[in-house]
Design a protein around this ligand. Structure first.
Ligand code: 5GP
Length: 196
């Protein structure tokens, strides 16, 4: 959250495949005040992804140039690709929107150091066997990719302690409701804060 206005910033992190992207889209569809911080990545687009909507897909050279220019609030190497949150994009959006960040634990550790930004940090988790099923069903990654994502589950899961809330995404609708409750209580808190 930011106390200089009434907008809030939500970080959603999880091991890959737990459902962050679906939940992020659901929040945005229901609450039009929310915008997603679109990250830059060196990963290739999946067949259903659109440049500028899902990610800004850029080359490693372009990514390195952005690092040199200090253009990112945070960036991380995940599964051999780079992902980063652009300062320009966030600074523009945060003026008049609530923001959601779909970033990993490495990025969360970096971005929370910026004292001009204040966040509600939510970590999503599911059962490991369920994750394996979902990664296969999602059918968006190669077998090697699925194995890499599955194998990083244990390491990624360790970082739940860095977050304000840990939710189990066993049932999408229940998990969504829980996120809504967190958002609403935070919005009310900020409203009260400004009234007092
Ligand atoms: P995917 O390749 O499945 O779209 O994303 C892989 C991982 O990268 C996900 O855990 C996602 O949250 C994370 N990610 C996406 N954008 C960013 C970003 O800008 N920074 C960081 N640190 N992680 C990101």
């Amino acid at each position: 959250m930011t106390h200089d206005n009434k907008n809030i910033m939500v970080i959603l992190s999880s091991p890959s495949g737990v459902g962050k992207t679906t939940l992020t889209k659901k929040i945005q569809e229901k609450y039009h005040s929310f915008k997603v911080s679109v990250s830059h990545t060196t990963r290739s687009p999946r067949s259903n992804e659109i440049d500028g909507v899902d990610y800004y897909f850029i080359s490693t050279k372009e990514f390195n140039n952005l690092i040199k220019k200090d253009s990112f609030y945070e960036y991380a190497k995940i599964f051999e690709n780079y992902y980063g949150t652009s300062k320009k994009e966030v600074d523009k959006l945060k003026i008049s929107n609530d923001l959601i960040f779909d970033i990993d634990w490495q990025g969360t550790k970096q971005i929370i150091k910026f004292k001009n930004l204040k966040f509600i940090k939510i970590f999503l988790i599911i059962d490991k066997e369920e994750l394996h099923k979902r990664l296969i069903k999602r059918n968006q990654n190669t077998k090697t990719d699925i194995d890499k994502r599955f194998n990083s589950f244990d390491e990624d899961s360790k970082h739940w302690k860095d977050y304000d809330y840990v939710l189990i995404n066993k049932n999408l609708e229940i998990c969504f409701k829980q996120i809504e409750n967190i958002i609403k209580s935070q919005k009310n808190f900020i409203f009260d804060f400004h009234k007092s």
